[in-house]
Design a protein around this ligand. Sequence first.
Ligand SMILES: C[S@@+](CC[C@H](N)C(=O)[O-])C[C@H]1O[C@@H](n2cnc3c(N)ncnc32)[C@H](O)[C@@H]1O
Length: 288
Amino acid sequence: MVEVSSEELLLWIQNVNKEEDRDSLYLLIDLLAGISRAEINSLKINPQKIINMKVSLDSLSKNWTEFIQNKKPIQYLSGCCYWRDLNLEVNRHVLIPRVETQQITDIVLSLISSSTKELLITDLGTGSGAIAISLALECSLWKVLATDIEQNAIDLARKNFKKYSNKDNLQLFYGSWWQPLKKYAGKIDIAISNPPYIPLKVYENLAISVKNHEPQIALNGGVDGLLHIREIIKEAPKYLKKDGWLLLENHFDQAQKVKTLMLHSGFERVEIIKDLYGIGRFTIGRYK
Ligand SMILES: C[S@@+](CC[C@H](N)C(=O)[O-])C[C@H]1O[C@@H](n2cnc3c(N)ncnc32)[C@H](O)[C@@H]1O
């Protein structure tokens, strides 16, 4: 721990943050130094107070420069990120889980009438494990099977789960989409995926903070963005139970196409669900 007076920290904030992004600066201090924005606000009335920071002001300055100059996301600089009520470890092998994806957990919870029932849930392309972990923590009777094509993501998701649970109701599998789940064919109650869905041309023009730092394999969805979504939907009938649900996150303009793909693959009650910004971000259907 590094001891710093409140005054020093407040002065540092004032000096470093001329006109740049204040929210990002507070996030950096929170994730790297362990001092929340609320705490910083309270220091303003107590400038003599000594605080204990996880890193020095010098280290904060270096990381802030890296953020400003190289556009490296603060979550990668600090190695962690807030998502729902979790603080997950992240690294360059996994996507930083997004705010809009948090809704997936709520949608799944709204489908389940009783938490006393055993369920088999899959999270295809789990990355840091965000979706899978949030569901496995909801109920130990639910068995969550998560897959990813990136072994480093599997390792990280396992570590993230262990931080919150000593149960074994999350199992992680290396491999492509459904392929590692052959022995669960026809048994899955709810399948979820937030797959790579960015169309190639859009991917090529993404902001540097995303394109230069987040894994291409987590974002690039091929020419029309639907390469992986098509594959997941095509194979879903082999793995879902009759009446099982498939829930996909998609790009802002893909929901109608995803809906059509699901209807052509034997799904019914296919619905588009809007995210908090009013965008048709999720498509859900029930396998007949
Ligand atoms: C958009 S990220 C989503 C990560 C995480 N589920 C989330 O919501 O933050 C897509 C994930 O799919 C994985 N992925 C890409 N291709 C895959 C494949 N063929 N099979 C399984 N996972 C794949 C990537 O490694 C990445 O972790």
